[in-house]
Design a protein around this ligand. Structure first.
Ligand code: PMP
Length: 391
């Protein structure tokens, strides 16, 4: 049987990341490639308790179909948790924030629509947008994110539908927008009438001080905000949320209804039960402390192992990722098999660029490997770079 596929399926490609992760799962490989939170942070006993409680209190409702908007008390808890005035009626519970990206794309993008993105940006967002066949446009960015002047220039006269921004501990670079940059970006977007889609799955994972207020808090009518329980509780729950202005909320809700009717109500009720009595206020600081230590170990290993090589890397203020730029002449796609031979996997930076990547860049996760593995992996990476430079 010859199946005739929709044109949009042409745009769906296996994630480069997934292919790399397959390699990284081989025995003996230390993977700094994945975007997985540390399983040590998963609050298993709190979920065991919540599970029993949810089934005890109202097992029938927990196992029945439910409202597409999400579980009311969870929507209220989300609205309450956010640092600006959010009406629970504006909160849509999603099946991970990845679904938020899919819904936003379905509701806002036509074939050929321009969508502005950071340089580089989250690969999963490019994947979520691409079946709608938009035209992604990279906005020039520095260590603090997009440059407001280039945002203005790219948005002017382009009929761009929105700009997709990750102000906190960005995936893939780990960078964060300063207070001044946030103000300037919101001003620029407001000035040119460009909506913002703000993705913030890592904002709670700060190390020394909380990041500045979200963009949405400054301009709620011009922003759709995406949040997630994946990094503060567990990604296997597949629960996230979006906050949207009243003008677009109904369409996002209709798209959600068509996609999966609702996110698993059992999980929603469990998360709500787990969140009672300030649980996150006790739990999240333990994740911050672990990840901060892991970051310090990786930065220290990089400082020692990359000495004398022209390798640039940042020291992220939170999140899970660190970004490297290797010496001239190195292509990290070609470097990867050499690194894997030496027992370490990373993600090359190029796939994270919407239009033409910097082949010298790569992403490292500092959260899942042990301290000893991080040191071993960075030494192996340095060896692979040295070998590549010698050729
Ligand atoms: N946005 C960003 C920037 C991410 O890094 C991720 C997870 N890798 C997601 C969204 C999706 O997360 P989830 O669907 O688990 O909430």
């Amino acid at each position: 049987m010859k199946w005739k596929l929709a044109a949009r399926s042409e745009k769906m490609n296996p994630s480069v990341l997934r292919e790399i992760l397959k390699v990284a799962e081989r025995p003996g490989i230390i993977s700094l490639a994945g975007g997985l939170p540390s399983p040590r942070t998963f609050p298993i006993s709190a979920f065991a308790q919540a599970c029993a409680q949810v089934l005890d209190v109202n097992g029938e409702a927990a196992l029945q179909y439910a409202a597409s908007e999400g579980y009311g008390p969870l929507r209220e808890a989300v609205a309450h948790m956010l640092p600006w005035d959010v009406d629970p009626a504006q909160v849509l519970i999603t099946t991970g924030s990845q679904q938020g990206l899919d819904l936003v794309a379905k509701v806002l993008l036509d074939p050929g629509s321009k969508v502005l993105v950071e340089t580089p940006t989250y690969l999963g967002a490019l994947q979520a947008f691409s079946p709608m066949e938009p035209d992604p446009v990279s906005v020039a960015s520095d260590a603090e994110g997009v440059l407001p002047d280039d945002l203005r220039a790219k948005a002017a006269g382009s009929d761009a539908r929105f700009i997709y921004l990750l102000p906190n501990f960005q995936n893939p670079t780990g960078r964060t927008m300063s207070e001044a940059r946030r103000a300037a970006v919101v001003d620029a977007a407001r000035q040119v009438g460009l909506p913002i889609v703000e993705d913030n799955p890592y904002g709670e994972l700060w190390f020394d001080q909380p990041p500045p207020l979200p963009l949405t808090a400054r301009h709620p009518q011009g922003c759709i905000y995406l949040g997630s329980f994946s990094k503060v509780l567990a990604p296997g729950l597949r629960l996230g949320f979006l906050v949207a202005p009243k003008s677009v909320f109904p369409k996002l809700l209709q798209a959600k209804q068509a996609a999966d009717l609702h996110s698993p109500i059992f999980n929603q009720r469990m998360v709500h039960a787990v969140m009672q009595d300030g649980f996150l206020d006790r739990h999240v600081p333990t994740i911050r402390a672990l990840y901060k230590h892991q970051r310090d170990v990786m930065v220290d290993a990089l400082q020692q192992e990359m000495k004398g090589m022209d390798v640039e890397f940042n020291k992220p203020d939170g999140g899970m990722f660190l970004w490297l730029r290797l010496p001239q002449g190195i292509d990290t796609v070609a470097l990867l098999p050499k690194a894997v031979e030496r027992g370490v996997a990373f993600v090359p930076g190029a796939p994270f660029y919407a239009d033409g990547g910097d082949p010298r860049t790569l992403r490292l996760s500092f959260v899942t490997a042990s301290e000893e593995q991080i040191r071993q992996a960075i030494a192996a990476l340095a060896d692979a770079i040295r070998e590549q430079l010698a050729h």
